[in-house]
Ligand binder design. Structure first.
Ligand SMILES: C[S@@+](CC[C@H](N)C(=O)[O-])C[C@H]1O[C@@H](n2cnc3c(N)ncnc32)[C@H](O)[C@@H]1O
Length: 260
């Protein structure tokens, strides 16, 4: 597929739609029924188009847009934590990365954006209804971006997939675990880390982080960083000046990074 096969459309309020340019009537949630090929093929990036009652702008299919318009099922990792993982794990072109579970593929899109065509990304997920959504998001990314890594998806739990993973890659520069039970996953995968490689855990509650820390030590990985990131957005105040925007000051997860 080429990048011309998908269009990303944004409403004034930021709502984003990722639409496959098929030549038939389809129903797109939020936009209604229309023929995407006929309606959008001649609309260039930055041009506006009316669909039903809505006015939308076609935008370039970059990571923030594909991420905002992604199909969702399981809870996803967003830019705050994904960016930190990429930096702390030192991910770059040519790296091999193991990720479980894939969930909706939220984090997977960030990982695939930096690995280049020589990178290897192995994802593992036991729930078919989750991987179906994630693979759709990754298919869109592969169609829209010039460079994406070799991707292998394995159906199953990470603990039961070690032999299958080894057939794809001898070792990994990084492993990322976003699943409910970190200790058994850490125990099973620590041996797959290349020397100097790092393992990261995404832990919604602190007890998970504590158990992940203990499991890393038991697997002879040294914990390099554990904690959480706080993000505070600012905006223009109505009477002038700038101030933190109103709204909840939320929690996503505790993060832990350990090194072999
Ligand atoms: C919160 S979701 C991951 C979300 C993902 N990081 C994203 O950004 O879209 C957690 C996933 O872990 C999967 N999972 C649970 N236990 C697992 C295991 N033992 N091995 C692999 N995946 C597992 C679940 O099925 C679920 O899809």
């Amino acid at each position: 597929m080429t990048s011309g096969d998908w269009a990303v459309l944004v409403e004034e309020n930021g709502k984003t739609y990722v639409v496959e340019l098929v030549d038939q009537q389809v129903k797109i949630k939020g936009l209604g029924v229309f023929n995407p090929q006929q309606k959008l093929a001649d609309v260039t990036v930055d041009e506006r188009v009316e669909i039903g009652q809505k006015e939308l702008k076609r935008v370039a299919p970059r990571l923030p847009e594909l991420s905002r318009g992604m199909v969702r099922r399981a809870q996803t990792i967003g830019s705050k934590d994904a960016g930190f993982f990429i930096a702390k794990l030192g991910l770059g072109p040519g790296d091999s990365v193991l990720e479980a579970g894939i969930g909706s593929g939220g984090l997977s899109m960030y990982i695939q954006r930096v690995l280049g065509t020589n990178g290897t990304h192995v994802t593992v997920e036991p729930r078919g209804e989750h991987s179906e959504v994630a693979l759709e998001n990754l298919q869109r990314a592969a169609a829209c971006w010039e460079e994406t890594p070799n991707h292998h998806h394995i159906e199953g739990t990470i603990e039961a997939s070690i032999e299958a993973i080894k057939t794809v890659s001898d070792g990994f520069h990084a492993i990322v675990l976003d699943l409910p039970e970190h200790p058994s996953a850490i125990q099973a995968t620590a041996e797959l880390l290349l020397p100097g490689g790092r393992l990261a855990c995404y832990c919604p509650v602190s007890s998970q982080m504590e158990r992940a820390w203990e499991a890393c030590e038991a697997a002879e990985l040294s914990v390099e960083w554990a904690g959480e990131l706080m993000e505070r957005e600012w905006g223009r105040a109505s009477k002038g000046g700038m101030r933190p925007v109103n709204g909840p000051f939320g929690h996503t997860a505790f993060l832990l990074v350990a090194q072999r």
